[in-house]
Design a protein around this ligand. Structure first.
Ligand SMILES: [Zn+2]
Length: 280
């Protein structure tokens, strides 16, 4: 690994598999520490206004526990820091070599690049087939298909434009490939990052801010996840009500013609590695 690599930043839409990927990389024991969606940390959330809801440690949220790491004392120390300072603080505080930040916003990366040399940053673009992304939004009743399709295209347009403009190295992780063959994808990412492959089973919960609770099914068990979904509001605990197993394929309930009717969406999907048949 490059000695200077400080930050691995995950960029993409919601439901693109960033939580599962971040947790899997954390578990490789390469001194990579997944911190979750840092832009949602209390203080940074209010200051930068990139997210809809403030974040808390999802492992501790499920267990109704006070987080020993991501607690009010840490958030107090982070709140006045620029994102770059927050990363450097977390590197020292968590005694790690590299932070994995799944904030996912291109705007967050632009902030980081203001005060961190780009050779200290690598980006993993996480992407879900737009067909399944739109369905995830429809399942949660948060967007119409038309709005979700536009948001998908614009997110990746902004992501690629930002990365090319800044000159940050990146690697694209399609969620469907990751779910099908995690070990191969992790291996490819480690080659990209210049890391040794040292995967070890994760025995303790991974503390991190926010993320998709479905990615914690293996860690916490489906009973606890379902209980938490009943106890917490849909807004706070963002579990897809129609899909609680992240490996099962989503049933498409809408006319996918909307994907082809969204200007530039199929070109963007093509650029990110999808074929025409993947969108049908
Ligand atoms: Zn925690």
């Amino acid at each position: 690994m490059s000695k200077s690599l400080e930050s691995i930043v995950l960029l993409g839409t919601a439901y693109s598999g960033s939580t599962a990927l971040g947790m899997a990389l954390h578990s490789t024991k390469n001194k990579l520490t997944y911190v979750g969606e840092l832009s949602r940390a209390p203080g940074l959330f209010e200051k930068y206004q990139l997210d809809n809801i403030v974040g808390t440690c999802s492992a501790c949220q499920i267990n109704e526990a006070t987080c020993q790491i991501f607690n009010s004392s840490l958030f107090k120390r982070l709140k006045d820091k620029h994102p770059s300072e927050a990363h450097r603080y977390l590197l020292r505080h968590l005694k790690t070599k590299t932070i994995i930040d799944a904030s996912k916003h291109a705007a967050w990366l632009r902030l980081l690049a203001e005060e961190t040399s780009i050779d200290k940053i690598r980006v993993l673009i996480t992407v879900k087939n737009p067909k399944y992304y739109v369905q995830s939004c429809l399942d949660r009743e948060i967007d119409s298909a038309w709005l979700a399709a536009n948001a998908w295209r614009d997110t990746y347009f902004d992501t690629l434009r930002t990365l090319n403009r800044l000159g940050v190295s990146y690697f694209v992780v399609r969620n469907e490939d990751f779910m099908q063959n995690r070990a191969n994808i992790i291996h490819s990412i480690e080659s990209f990052l210049g890391l040794q492959y040292k995967i070890q089973p994760q025995t303790k919960p991974i503390h991190a801010i926010g993320g998709n609770p479905a990615a914690r099914l293996e860690e916490q068990g489906s009973k606890k996840i379902r209980e938490s979904a009943r106890r917490l509001s849909k807004r706070v605990f963002d579990l897809n009500p129609l899909k609680t197993n992240p490996t099962e394929q989503q049933k498409i309930t809408y006319d996918t013609q909307v994907l082809f009717d969204t200007p530039g969406l199929s070109d963007m999907a093509n650029l990110l590695g999808y074929n025409a048949k993947d969108l049908l």
